[in-house]
Design a protein around this ligand. Sequence first.
Ligand SMILES: Nc1ncnc2c1ncn2[C@@H]1O[C@H](COP(=O)(O)OP(=O)(O)OP(=O)(O)O)[C@@H](O)[C@H]1O
Ligand SMILES: O=c1ccn([C@@H]2O[C@H](COP(=O)(O)O)[C@@H](O)[C@H]2O)c(=O)[nH]1
Length: 242
Amino acid sequence: MSELTPTYRRVLLKLSGESLLGKANFGIDPQFLAHFAQQIQAIVKFGVQLAVVIGGGNIFRGVGLTASGIDRISADYMGMLATVINGLAIQDALQKIGVNAQVMSAIGMDTICETYTRQRAMSHLEKGTVVIFVAGTGHPFFTTDSAASLRAIEIGAHLMIKATKVDGLYSADPLRDPTAQRFTHLTYDEVLTRQLGVMDLTAVILCRDNRIPLRVLDMGKSGALIRAIAGQDEGTLINNEE
Ligand SMILES: Nc1ncnc2c1ncn2[C@@H]1O[C@H](COP(=O)(O)OP(=O)(O)OP(=O)(O)O)[C@@H](O)[C@H]1O
Ligand SMILES: O=c1ccn([C@@H]2O[C@H](COP(=O)(O)O)[C@@H](O)[C@H]2O)c(=O)[nH]1
């Protein structure tokens, strides 16, 4: 691994909340959390400025809550609060192994963490602090994928990584269709035309229009993040190039 060098100096990593489940059914698996923190530590040691956007699917998703009768807007705020819980857990795991980390929330909650401002986020990143963006965009009817694209644009990320349970973008959801084929490269327009569902449309279009390359990869695969940041062929690369 030591011969690799970073191709991208500032990276936004979107981690699905469901990844934090590890072997658990609900909440956060401490073993996965520690493993994730070590991977982040390796990225920081690699000399990369790293921002993380965390999802909330291990605790609450707005749409799931509406099925039990909760109003959609309240449900979405509950989903956003779930991401705050996850972000605090990641901050704690990083600080425990000596990595500087700062949670920044799109919704003000000053006694718990900093409120997001672009200027403060940039200042943290330039000092080598890992910034963990929580509460999504701060608005209902969005997802943390859209928040990830938005923050990637705001901080001028050179690469966005979607780290998830599958090892790339497939012709269909590989968890539902065992015949699905994995792509190594696609353009954003191909993702849109083929209606590939790994991220929502808003998130895909924001990345396309702002020319941010995206790698979709398996969070559980050792070394995958470093290889992606070193520009190696890992998971699926999505960009504007044919
Ligand atoms: N064409 C496809 N290729 C790959 N994965 C796909 C595709 N279509 C749907 N998926 C599914 O999308 C999921 C990725 O979304 P993910 O679990 O990361 O959710 P999220 O909404 O971003 O995060 P959270 O778990 O926090 O809600 C994969 O687990 C996979 O099952
Ligand atoms: O900008 C946002 C981001 C998220 N939400 C709500 O939070 C949950 C959890 O996020 P995931 O992206 O599904 O992990 C989401 O289902 C929404 O309910 C939001 O309202 N606005």
